[in-house]
Write a protein that binds this ligand. Structure first.
Ligand code: GDP
Ligand code: ZN
Length: 458
C-alpha cells in the first residue's frame, strides 16, 4: 500500500473564506516543517494548532500567513500523520501553498485518496466512505443528516446484524450436513432457515422502502408549478425562492442548457423544473403547448397546481388536473384577497384526496401553509425521521435488491423442498452481497472505481 505523503486542497463544504491544504502520510509533518516558520512542528504535541508563516525555502520568500494543525496517526481520519494548513486567502494563495508542499516532497492526492486511505487503514468501512462523498454533495440539512448517520455507521451496523443472522442459519445447515442421521436436526434446520430468512428479508424490504425517500433527499424533488396564465405561478416561485434562498445551477451539455433551481422547503429539497418557462412570466401551457407540458409533468415528482380564487373553474383547469392525475400534488387556491368566483366544492371534487391550500401570495398569506403541506407529503406523520436508517446510495440500493432476490430464491427453494445444501448456496450469496455494501467482500477494482468518484481533497 502507498504510504507516501499526499496533499490536496480540501476546502470545506460551501467554500468558505478559509481554505485548507491537507497533507497525509509518513512525511506530512516533516514536509510541513520545511516550509513553516515559527515553531518546530516535529516537537509539538499532537492535535494542536499553531500560527506561523510559510516560507519558500528556495527563495526565502513569504508565501502565506497560516494556521497549522498537526495530528499524529493513528488518531486521524486516515490513521496516518495529518497536517492541515489553514489559509485565509483566496484561490490563488491556496494554490501557492499547495504548490509549495508539492515541491517539497508531497504528491498530489488522487480524487478520494484521503478517504480511500481511511478505508484501507480500517478507519471507516465502505458505506461510511460513500457517506463522505454524499456529504460533499448533500443539498439540504436533512440529506446531510442521512449522510452523517451513515458515516457514523448506522447502515453498517444494520447490515452486520443481518449478515450475522444469515451466518447463524448457515452454521445450522452445516450441523445438519454433518449429522444427517438425526431427523429432528433437519426439521429444526428448515424451521430456523425459514424463520431467519424471513426476518432478514423483511428488514431488507424495509430498507428498500426508505430508498425512495433517500433518493429524493439527495437529488431533490422534481417539482412543476402549473396553472393557467396569471394565477400566480411566478409569484409562488419567487415566494418559495425568496424565503428559502434558491440555489441556481446550470447543467451544461444537455440539449438546451437546463436551469435547475433548488429551494429548501423545511428540509425538503425541491428541484424546480423548467422554471425558465415560469420565470418568463409566460404560461407553461400556453408557451410550450400541451404536449410539452405533459412531458414536464411526466418528469415531475411533485405538482403544485395553482388556481385563481377570483375566477371561475375552467375547462383548462380541469385539463390540468387530468394531466396531473395520480401524481403527488398540492392544490393552491391563490388570490383569496379577491372576491370569490371559484366554486370550492367543485375544486374539492375534482382534486380528490389531496391537500388544498388557500393563499394570497401578493399579501404574503398562505405561504407557510403551502410549505407545511409540501413537507407533510414527504415526511408524512413521522417527525422521527431522525431515527430511521435511510438508504440513498444507488450502489447500496442495487445490492439490497440483489440480496433480496437471492434470499427470495433461497426461500422459494425451501418451499419447493430442495436439498438444504442447495438452498444454502443462495443464503451464502445473500450474505456475500450484503457484505459488498460495507466492503467486506469487494475486490480491489471496485474500490478503486468508487474512490475515484470522490472530490479531490477528501
Ligand atoms: P403566472 O402567470 O401564473 O406566473 O402569474 P404571476 O405570478 O405572474 O402573477 C400574475 C399577476 O397576479 C401579477 O400581477 C401578480 O402580482 C398578481 N398576483 C399574484 N398573487 C396574487 C394574489 O394573491 N392576489 C392578487 N390580487 N394578485 C396576485
Ligand atoms: Zn408567470
Amino acid at each position: 500500500m502507498d504510504t507516501d505523503t499526499i496533499s490536496a486542497i480540501s476546502t470545506p463544504i460551501g467554500e468558505g473564506a478559509i481554505a485548507i491544504v491537507r497533507l497525509s502520510g509518513e512525511n506530512a509533518v516533516s514536509i510541513a516543517n520545511q516550509v513553516f516558520q515559527g515553531k518546530d512542528l516535529e516537537e509539538l504535541s499532537s492535535h494542536t494548532i499553531h500560527y506561523g508563516k510559510l516560507i519558500d525555502p528556495e527563495t526565502d520568500e513569504l508565501v502565506e500567513e497560516v494556521m497549522v494543525t498537526v495530528m499524529r496517526g493513528p488518531k486521524t481520519f486516515t490513521r496516518e500523520d495529518i497536517v492541515e494548513i489553514n489559509c485565509h486567502g483566496g484561490l490563488v494563495s491556496v494554490n501557492r501553498v499547495l504548490e509549495l508542499v508539492l515541491s517539497n516532497g508531497a504528491r498530489l492526492a488522487e480524487p478520494g485518496e484521503f478517504t480511500k486511505r481511511a478505508f484501507l487503514n480500517g478507519r471507516i468501512d465502505l458505506s461510511q466512505a460513500e457517506a463522505v462523498m454524499d456529504l460533499i454533495r448533500a443539498k439540504t440539512d436533512r440529506a446531510m443528516n442521512i449522510a452523517l448517520k451513515q458515516m457514523d455507521g448506522r447502515l453498517s451496523m444494520l447490515i452486520q446484524t443481518l449478515r450475522q443472522e444469515l451466518l447463524e442459519t448457515v452454521a445450522h445447515v452445516e450441523v445438519n450436513i454433518d449429522y444427517p442421521e438425526y431427523d429432528d436436526v433437519e426439521e429444526m434446520t428448515n424451521r430456523i432457515l425459514i424463520e431467519k430468512s424471513k426476518k432478514v428479508l423483511e428488514q431488507i424490504e424495509q430498507l428498500l422502502e426508505t430508498a425512495k425517500q433517500g433518493k429524493i433527499l439527495r437529488e431533490g424533488i422534481a417539482t412543476a408549478i402549473i396553472g393557467r396564465p396569471n394565477v400566480g405561478k411566478s409569484s409562488l416561485l419567487n415566494a418559495l425562492a425568496h424565503e428559502n434562498k434558491a440555489i441556481v445551477t446550470e447543467i451544461p451539455g444537455t440539449t438546451r442548457d437546463v436551469i435547475e433551481e433548488y429551494v429548501n422547503v423545511r428540509g425538503v429539497p425541491l428541484r424546480l423544473v423548467d422554471t425558465a418557462g415560469i420565470r418568463d412570466t409566460e404560461d407553461i401551457v400556453e408557451k410550450i403547448g400541451v404536449e410539452r407540458s405533459r412531458q414536464v409533468l411526466k418528469e415531475a415528482d411533485l405538482i403544485l397546481l395553482v388556481l385563481n380564487y377570483g375566477d371561475e373553474f375552467t375547462e383548462e383547469d380541469k385539463r390540468l388536473f387530468e394531466a396531473a392525475k395520480g401524481m403527488d400534488k398540492v392544490v393552491i387556491i391563490n388570490k383569496t384577497d379577491l372576491p370569490q368566483k371559484l366554486d370550492l366544492e367543485e375544486v374539492r371534487q375534482v382534486a380528490g384526496d389531496v391537500p388544498i391550500i388557500q393563499s394570497a401570495i401578493i399579501k404574503e398569506k398562505g405561504i407557510d401553509e403551502i410549505e407545511a403541506a409540501i413537507a407533510n407529503l414527504f415526511f408524512e406523520g413521522d417527525l422521527n425521521t431522525a431515527d430511521l436508517t435511510y438508504v440513498s446510495n444507488a450502489r447500496h440500493i442495487q445490492l439490497l435488491k440483489s440480496a433480496r432476490n437471492a434470499l427470495q430464491e433461497a426461500m422459494d427453494g425451501m418451499e419447493a423442498g430442495l436439498p438444504i445444501d442447495i438452498v444454502q448456496i443462495d443464503v451464502t450469496r445473500t450474505w456475500e452481497i450484503l457484505g459488498e455494501i460495507i466492503g467486506d467482500t469487494v475486490q480491489e477494482s471496485l474500490i478503486d472505481q468508487l474512490f475515484s468518484q470522490f472530490c479531490l481533497g477528501k
